[in-house]
Design a protein around this ligand. Structure first.
Ligand code: IMP
Ligand code: MG
Length: 184
């Protein structure tokens, strides 16, 4: 496997497509056993989660549904200064078992802002499936229940994750090369 170039940066092979598929199947097996007869509703957060969500969902053998939302975040005038609106979540959530599907939890800010609004709609339960987490980057209290890989705090692309719009289509994961980190 070779390095790839996206815009001005070079990325090195990091996690193979085979390893990714294996871990995603592991998570699906856990969900199959945890949610049997619960008909969970997976909610994928766009754009980054669409490939992970598709693979995960395809590996589920239980009754399950899926929907997607796009989160719009903007600075409010309140002291919290950060508001997240879910675009496109029309499903009735009351009494449903929800599994949020995210590409990566970095600082945790996005999900931390999204969760209170979700809980207001009175789901029966809410869990989080994250393809990646960066534990050392976490700044908000967000805990993923299903995690494919915990990685160090370096920028990655592939398997749905992008650098400035590019790189989502690689089936494997690439990590930004050390010597290019300085300019970030
Ligand atoms: P958070 O709100 O800081 O947890 O940010 C999460 C979002 O930042 C993810 O959904 C990604 O869109 C983006 N992100 C964080 N780290 C990376 C990375 O290494 N590569 C690509 N996108 C990332
Ligand atoms: Mg994202």
């Amino acid at each position: 496997m070779a390095d790839i170039r996206i815009h001005d940066k070079i990325f090195s092979p990091f996690i193979s497509a085979e390893s990714i598929q294996e871990r995603v199947r592991d998570l699906a097996a856990q969900i199959n056993s945890d949610y049997k007869d619960k008909n969970p509703l997976l909610i994928g957060i766009l754009n980054g989660s669409f490939i992970f969500a598709a693979d995960l969902f395809r590996s589920l053998t239980i009754e399950a549904e899926i929907s997607f939302v796009k989160l719009a975040s903007y600075k409010g005038t309140s002291s919290s200064g950060h508001v997240v609106t879910a675009i496109g979540l029309e499903e009735e959530l009351h009494g449903r078992h929800i599994i949020i599907v995210e590409d990566i939890i970095d600082t945790g800010k996005t999900l931390h802002s999204f969760l209170p609004g979700l809980h207001q709609r009175q789901p029966a339960s809410v869990k989080i499936a994250a393809f990646l987490t960066k534990p050392t980057a976490l700044q908000y209290e967000v805990k993923a229940d299903y995690v494919a890989f915990e990685i160090e705090n370096k920028f990655v692309v592939g398997y749905g994750l992008d650098y400035d719009g590019q790189g989502r289509n690689y089936p494997e994961l690439y990590q930004l090369k050390e010597e290019f980190l300085q300019g970030l």
